[in-house]
Design a protein around this ligand. Structure first.
Ligand SMILES: [Zn+2]
Length: 249
């Protein structure tokens, strides 16, 4: 096992100050107790990663304003998979959407495009109640379809970027300027690690979601980067850990 180092001061913690049973590693220099398991994960995170040489699609920039660490979500394999799934899903949903649209236009006495399906259900024209019911019934299916298209766009052109200076920091996920930003206090960060969740879904299948987790002193947890490839995610996580926890006291 790699000897754990204190994330605050970077010194190796001697084995006398490690209590495996209680999962504690104590740094005398900083008078801080760390979780041994978290330090071990950190040591594992940093092995084999050259922080000065980011993999393709990842970056770390430093200027007078602060540090920016990020990576693109671009992945051809994932994009092709999502394209197939969203074509299939939205293809089926669009049949019902055009039926509901045709019935709506018909009820409003508006011209119905010739290529729309006839608004007929059970051999009779659809009434107002049936049309409203169909729209309500379709809403969650349309929402899922839109979500799939957003995921596809993120996979084609999205990215995750963390910008920070001494006093403020934020995580941005999105495409160009469109996306969402979450702020956190860089001074309050206690841990940065890769979080690997496995669970069984309602069908009993094993599912897995891996992301980067930033934990702060107040117990706030920020998760992001699940859309990154493993190589980029590891680089971003290791660089962030160094930038947020590795400052020499
Ligand atoms: Zn220390």
């Amino acid at each position: 096992m790699v000897s754990p180092t204190c994330p605050k001061c970077g010194r190796v913690i001697p084995s006398d100050d490690i209590n495996v049973a209680n999962d504690v590693a104590y740094c005398r220099n900083c008078n801080l107790a760390h979780k041994l398991s978290s330090l071990a994960r950190a040591a594992e995170l940093e092995t084999g990663i050259d922080l000065s040489n980011p993999p393709a699609g990842a970056w770390q920039q430093q200027d007078g304003m602060g540090t920016i660490i990020g990576a693109t979500h671009r992945s051809l394999g994932a994009a092709l998979g999502l394209l197939a799934v969203s074509l299939f899903w939205n293809g089926i949903v669009s049949v019902f959407v055009s039926l509901a649209s045709a019935s709506t236009l018909h009820l409003l006495d508006l011209p119905v495009p010739a290529w729309f399906p006839a608004p007929i259900m059970n051999d009779s024209p659809m009434g107002m109640g049936m049309t409203i019911f169909l729209w309500l019934f379709l809403t969650p299916f349309i929402a899922i379809g839109v979500g799939m298209i957003c995921a596809l766009l993120l996979t084609l052109a999205g990215g995750t970027e963390v910008s920070m200076n001494r006093f403020e920091a934020s995580v941005f996920t999105g495409i160009g300027p469109i996306g969402y930003r979450r702020r956190f206090d860089p001074q309050a960060v206690t841990d940065v690690r890769i979080d690997d969740q496995r669970w069984r879904d309602s069908d009993g299948d094993y599912r897995r979601k891996t992301c980067i987790l930033i934990e702060t002193r107040e117990g706030k947890k920020l998760k992001f980067g699940s859309g990154l490839t493993e190589e980029r995610r590891r680089f971003v996580a290791a660089s962030l850990r160094k930038a947020l926890l590795g400052r020499v006291a």
